[in-house]
Design a protein around this ligand. Structure first.
Ligand code: FES
Length: 182
């Protein structure tokens, strides 16, 4: 319970807007901001911003952190900031995902809306994303909606655009990031 409460508190704190004079450590704790680029999970500050060509179509989930482009620091101080990317055929997307995707690439928070585990398991046979903790399943082609399991709401989506071949955050998350309030 304490851990969940901490996660919720962190979600509130990290959703504050960025300021130009924020120190790098503050920038690292923030959720993705409009204009951020993305770097692959594990490459952090030194990683090259992700391009469309870095997200292969019809493969597996790519994990990424937002990249504060002004300070060149990855926003990796909170596990709530992790993002998942997948590349679909644009014609297979429906609903809000059609407008939010960039060249068929979709982005969502990696944080499950149930108890905030990272949702990382792509089920190719079902074409759904599954949470490893309690097996909630999400349909990324349909706005991240919940298909089964205890998750109370879909994954928050993150609008993308492409600039100079790189992926860029085009809008704020569509919903609150974090687990449910218990
Ligand atoms: S934390 Fe994801 S289903 Fe429970």
């Amino acid at each position: 319970m304490l851990g969940v409460a901490y996660v919720l508190a962190a979600a509130t704190r990290t959703s504050l807007p960025a300021r130009a004079d924020d120190p790098p450590d503050a920038a690292r704790g923030m959720l993705a901001q409009v204009g951020d680029q993305l770097v692959a999970f594990g490459s952090e500050d030194g990683g090259a911003p992700l391009a469309v060509s870095d997200i292969p179509p019809h493969s597996d989930v790519v994990l990424a952190w937002p990249l504060d482009t002004a300070r060149r620091v990855a926003r990796n101080a909170s596990r709530l900031n992790l993002i998942i990317l997948m590349h679909f055929d644009p014609s297979s997307l429906s609903g809000p995902e059609t407008a939010r995707a960039a060249n068929g690439i979709v982005a969502f928070t990696a944080v499950c809306s149930h108890q905030a585990c990272w949702v990382t398991d792509w089920l190719s046979s079902k074409q759904l994303l599954q949470c490893p903790c309690h097996q909630s399943e999400y349909d990324l082609r349909q706005g991240g909606k919940v298909v089964s399991g205890p998750a109370p709401r879909g994954l928050a989506g993150l609008p993308l655009k492409v600039a100079d071949g790189k992926l860029v955050v085009a809008g704020p998350f569509t919903d609150r990031v974090g687990g449910q309030k218990l």
